[in-house]
Design a protein around this ligand. Structure first.
Ligand SMILES: Nc1ncnc2c1ncn2[C@@H]1O[C@H](COP(=O)(O)OP(=O)(O)OP(=O)(O)O)[C@@H](O)[C@H]1O
Ligand SMILES: [Mg+2]
Length: 521
């Protein structure tokens, strides 16, 4: 007898519906799965057989063939187990309330979950993406592992049932048991940022202003200065001033965390921007993504948030250079024999570094022990093209005693800065509401503007034009550097709630890129 149940797979950060057909015939007993299965699906045979027996369904002594369609897409992972089991029970007439029917209607249902040998249903990666694809395919109910129910419930318009074991699902399908149904209730505390506050940072007004501009426009930021001046401190406080995420941004970020399997089971939707701070010993694949079964890297986990690289020159050159393409494109494409996957990575890069190995180059009182060659070698670890992609490069000098001990002066808390950042982002969102990037994605902030948007929204007056020309020639800027200054100037004007870029905005933008001059990078 033939049967059909539905499940879902993942390709990149998108799910796709998988049809699990099963045919049982009275021939030599066997059990085959076809449809480009990888090892995990072959192992599914053993899990399904054991789960069937241990859940008390018995295993049919028939020739069983399971087909996973579409056959031309490589399917990975163990999320199809539950659908295979349900399809198998249906085909062997073990599903259904024997008094009226031996079959149940599975057309509107989607089943997701890995089976244990005992028949328990275990959590899987990417439940959110799968639930979205099930809804798009017109399914009305989705059965997901208990630990994934919260994230799947974010998708409205489809009933989400949390499942602990296979017996529970079958009882529910034949109408003799209940399952817990999940609906998404936004938690008002979800978007609160539990993160240290800018009020702790004494002095460093210029660096704080740079952080504010960076947050308002989503610009990349490099902090450079001697040890112990507050670089790491400032970087770690940036999430506290970042604007709230829109629902679409939240979904996109949650999808990446969901397919990486790092979404906590009590979190339905990530509402605060991610802050990723990988160690400098990391490898290139863990930064940009990769692996035999492709997985998103740190750049994608930081999607819509911050990627912080502390002690920047300590990262190996191959790792930092691998950042160039994702920074430019906002997405990483990984090619494998099994196909290509694309992960979004629209993030704000924040880097911190010392000006030389001893850390004291340019310090007013502390002598630097590095030779010029050593300094060049140290700074030279970061290539020009990469530096060109960092819009704001700012010095964080050592503090005077007065600044540090200034107990009379209270520093501005993050909540105040965040208000200004939110206003500036609101202006930018309004401006870009009908605009799209070349690859069709929405523009959320000024840093995402492409060349044609810059021509349209960053027009310079004659005075500004002259100022720009002088800076271009004296700083030896590249065309990219020129565009980046314009993006920055747009953000500074937005923070001032000014319609047009004025010379003072442009001048501040130029000043935020003067590292080249001071350190000869
Ligand atoms: N501006 C500041 N206001 C208040 N405390 C500060 C400031 N700068 C540094 N500190 C104190 O010094 C400590 C070290 O600061 P931080 O880790 O930010 O230094 P850093 O600039 O990253 O140094 P390194 O180059 O060695 O990494 C902080 O934990 C804090 O206690
Ligand atoms: Mg530090």
């Amino acid at each position: 007898m033939l049967s059909c149940a539905y499940s879902a797979g993942i390709c990149g950060i998108d799910g796709f519906l998988v049809t699990v057909e099963c045919n049982c015939a009275k021939h030599m007993p066997s059990f085959e799965i076809v449809g480009l299965p990888d090892n995990a699906i072959k192992e599914a045979k053993e899990r399904v057989r054991s789960a069937c027996l241990n859940s008390g369904f018995g295993f049919p002594n028939l020739e069983i063939i399971v087909n996973l369609a579409p056959a031309d897409i490589k399917k990975e992972g163990s999320a199809f187990d539950l659908a295979i089991l349900i399809s198998l029970l249906q085909a062997s007439e073990r599903l259904g309330n024997r008094e009226d029917s031996l079959r149940v209607d599975l057309n509107d249902d989607c089943f997701i979950g890995e089976l244990s040998l005992s028949g328990d249903v275990r959590g899987v990666r990417g439940a959110l993406c799968m639930a979205i694809s099930a809804k798009q395919a017109g399914k009305k109910r989705i059965f997901v592992p208990y630990e994934n129910a919260r994230e799947a419930s974010v998708v409205g318009g489809i009933e989400v049932y949390a499942v602990k074991n296979a017996r529970e699902v079958v009882n529910f399908l034949i109408g003799i048991g209940e399952l817990e149904k999940y609906t998404y209730v936004p938690d008002e505390h979800e978007s609160e940022v539990a993160c240290p506050d800018f009020a702790d940072v004494k002095g460093q007004a210029k660096a704080k202003r740079a952080a504010e501009i960076a947050a308002a426009g989503g610009h990349n930021l490099l902090l450079i200065g001697p040890p112990g001046t507050g670089k790491s401190m400032i970087a770690k406080r940036i999430p506290s001033i970042l604007p709230e995420m829109s629902f679409e941004e939240s979904i996109e970020t949650t999808k990446v965390h969901s397919i990486s399997g790092i979404l906590p089971s009590d979190v339905s939707l990530i509402r605060t921007r991610p802050f990723r701070s990988p160690h400098h010993t990391m490898s290139t694949p863990s930064l940009v993504g990769g692996g035999r079964i492709p997985m998103p890297g740190e750049v994608s986990l930081a999607n819509n948030g911050v990627l912080f690289l502390d002690e920047f020159p300590e990262f190996s050159k191959s790792v930092t250079e691998a950042l160039r393409q994702p920074l430019e494109d906002g997405a990483v494409t990984i090619t494998r024999t099994s196909g290509r996957v694309r992960y979004p990575c629209s993030f704000m890069l924040v880097c911190a570094m010392n000006p030389c190995r001893c850390g004291y180059r340019g310090h007013p009182t502390h002598e630097c022990t590095c030779s010029d060659t050593e300094v060049r070698k140290y700074i030279g670890k970061i290539s020009g093209p990469l530096l060109d992609r960092i819009d704001i490069q700012i010095e964080v000098p050592s503090l005077s005693y007065n600044e540090l001990s200034g107990s009379d002066k209270t520093e501005e808390p993050s909540s105040e800065i965040r208000k200004r950042v939110n206003r500036a982002r609101q202006i930018a969102r309004e401006r870009f509401k009908n605009e799209r990037t070349d690859n069709g994605s929405t523009i959320y902030c000024n840093a995402q503007m492409e060349a044609r948007h810059i021509r349209k929204f960053c027009q310079l007056s004659e005075a500004c034009s002259k100022l720009m020309e002088r800076a271009y020639n004296s700083l030896g800027l590249s065309a990219r550097g020129h565009d980046r200054i314009l993006r920055l100037a747009r953000t500074i004007a937005d923070l001032a709630e000014a319609e047009n870029i004025e010379p003072r905005h442009l001048a501040e933008a130029i000043q935020l890129r003067t590292l080249d001059k001071n350190y000869g990078i």
